[in-house]
Design a protein around this ligand. Structure first.
Ligand SMILES: [Cu+2]
Length: 187
């Protein structure tokens, strides 16, 4: 009887030992799985941690993408207060604001101002004009004097791409139309 009990006990131990590697492997597998999952779960609970990271996500732009002012030319002297301006892009598409299509954006005309911050939406005011319907030309009314113009593409959310797709900053000289304001024309 005791021998049978011992044999039974041995059988249980042997079974346990044979099963042990499986149990160990499972335990190891669970342990290796846990660390990779842990950071993912931890991320949402600590959104303020990556303080150095930019607040917005900038879409990538191809390195050969560029935008240019087709008219007027840099240094142009314009004898009118109504200035027609047209925009061009190369290796980059124009899409209305709100359109999430890679390698596209809409034009922003910067008038008499420096470039805005690249990691936030482009401001919308008299000096930062959005062409959110995908326009590629406009007519500006500028007072006589020297003015600078520059184009900057923005994505669906008006955020510049990375690298930013921007034109050369050009300078134009606006003169009053002949006969309308002789005093200003001498400026
Ligand atoms: Cu915009």
């Amino acid at each position: 009887m005791t021998t049978t009990r011992r044999l039974t006990a041995l059988a249980v131990i042997c079974t346990a030992l044979l099963a042990a590697p499986d149990i160990l492997q499972r335990a190891t597998a669970q342990q290796t799985d846990e660390p990779s999952e842990a950071p993912d779960h931890a991320m949402p609970s600590a959104p303020a941690a990556p303080a150095a990271a930019p607040a917005v996500h900038r879409l990538p732009a191809p390195p050969d993408a560029y935008v240019y002012i087709g008219w007027p030319n840099d240094g142009e002297v314009i004898r009118s207060n109504h200035i027609k301006i047209w925009f061009g892009t190369r290796n980059f598409g124009v899409a209305p604001a709100g359109t999430d299509v890679p390698n596209t954006g809409h034009h922003h005309l910067l008038i008499d101002t420096a470039l805005p911050p690249m990691d936030e939406p482009i401001p919308s005011d008299k000096r930062h004009v959005h062409f959110g319907r995908g326009q590629t030309e406009t007519t500006l009314d500028l007072p006589p004097g020297t003015h600078t113009l520059q184009l900057l593409m923005g994505d669906a959310h008006h955020i510049p791409h990375d690298p930013p797709v921007l034109s050369k900053r050009i300078t134009i000289r606006v003169m009053a139309e002949k006969g309308s304001e002789p005093a200003a024309a001498a400026n």
